[in-house]
Design a binder for this molecule. Structure first.
Ligand code: DX5
Length: 228
């Protein structure tokens, strides 16, 4: 038993001057949730959304928000992003000296907790915290910017994470998410490796058919290719 295929946008390519419209359009396009790429300019060389920006967008749609915290200090920032309306916080294993404690703190805030793994970080980094999380994010690019090339060698790690979750009997409670270079051309490989939650930025916002067509196309291709 695994969780259903879900398609979620990264808001990174959106017009930052029109974020309310962007989230309304994404909800209308049928996304399952919205991911906010939070970057602090230290963990990654880019700087993006503070909690007030997300709180402002929160009022414009009803789909769940998750914050992908690409930051050096997730413990310091967590409460503000939950207050801003993010129901899931994704922290990077590489940024957490005490990952178990960080995840417990996020759950104590009332959010669900999740772990992101950069390309060089092994799947084993999450094997001792599966009881605390509802999602593992396998990065398929090096974080910091949208529009990068999908790293297909990550499919082995996606499969390793999926098999770890299945072996623990948690396939119906933990998502395997991928983020970075996901498009109609790459989503099949990620889904076949076991990813059920697909994050896309460029492929959605730059699709010639518009957001709705792009979301439907990704969902159909992921569903057809998915292997638990
Ligand atoms: C990397 C970002 C991107 C973004 C998606 O730090 O997290 O992966 O979400 O970018 P695209 O879909 O344009 O590769």
């Amino acid at each position: 038993m695994t969780l259903p295929i879900q398609i979620a946008p990264s808001v990174l390519p959106a017009d930052f001057a029109e974020l309310g419209k962007a989230v309304r359009d994404l909800e209308a396009a049928g996304v399952d949730l919205i991911q906010w790429d939070v970057m602090d300019g230290q963990f990654v060389p880019n700087l993006t959304f503070g909690p007030d920006v997300i709180a402002a967008a929160r009022r414009h749609c009803s789909v769940p928000f998750e914050a992908h915290l690409m930051v050096l200090t997730p413990d310091v920032m967590a409460a503000d992003y939950v207050k801003a309306g993010c129901s899931r916080l994704i922290v990077h294993a590489e940024a957490c000296t005490h990952l178990h404690r960080t995840l417990e703190n996020i759950r104590a805030l009332g959010a669900t907790a999740a772990v992101a793994l950069n390309p060089a970080t092994p799947a084993s980094a999450v094997e001792n915290v599966l009881d605390l999380i509802d999602l593992v994010l396998v990065m398929t690019v090096n974080p910091g910017f949208g529009g990068q090339k999908y790293i297909s060698t990550m499919e082995c790690k996606i499969r390793e994470v999926r098999n770890m979750i299945t072996a623990a009997g948690l396939g119906d409670s933990i998502h395997v998410e991928v983020d970075g270079g996901i498009s109609a051309a790459t989503v099949g490989g990620a889904a076949a490796a076991g990813a059920n939650l697909l994050i896309a930025g460029s492929a959605l916002f730059k699709h010639p058919g518009g957001l709705g067509v792009a979301v439907t196309e990704l969902r159909e291709r992921a569903t057809a290719a998915f292997v638990a």
